[in-house]
Design a protein. Structure first.
Length: 142
């Protein structure tokens, strides 16, 4: 199997079966973000306990990249300390904008999104869920 095919599989799996996804009624999301260039929308709720991300719920209506990235984020974040999540989120956003590569360990499934860097207009699709949880953590005072 070619690496590109594997990455495609990972993205499609997250897109078709987004983790920690549920319908969040309008007005009940801690963060409600839109990406007008692509038409993506993410509603997100989160909980923090003892300095860690305790729960994340996403309601994503968007393209495959946006939904897959949101799913990967929702899978990764719970259990992480707030500091670790913020570091990973910053590192991922920087890498997507042409900054240094994260290690394979840090990336995990996110490696499948690396190719999006070739399409600058889609980078926001890949980073918006991460930014959304960052904003939710700000709102929670975490
Ligand atoms: Zn998109």
């Amino acid at each position: 199997m070619q690496l590109d095919d594997l990455y495609q599989e990972i993205i499609l799996d997250h897109y078709k079966h987004p983790r920690r996804a549920r319908a969040i009624p309008d007005g009940e999301a801690l963060v409600d973000e839109e990406n007008p260039t692509c038409g993506d929308r993410i509603k997100l709720n989160a909980r923090v306990a003892d300095g860690r991300v305790a729960d994340v719920q996403i309601d994503c209506a968007g393209c495959a990249i946006c939904t897959a990235s949101a799913s990967m984020m929702a899978e990764r974040a719970p259990g992480m300390t707030v500091g670790d999540f913020r570091r990973l989120s910053r590192g991922f956003a920087a890498m997507m904008r042409g900054g240094p590569e994260l290690s394979e360990d840090e990336l995990g499934d996110l490696a499948a999104l690396r190719g999006v860097r070739e399409y600058p207009i889609r980078v926001k699709c890949a980073t918006m869920a991460w930014h959304a949880l960052d904003r939710a953590l700000d709102k929670l005072g975490a």
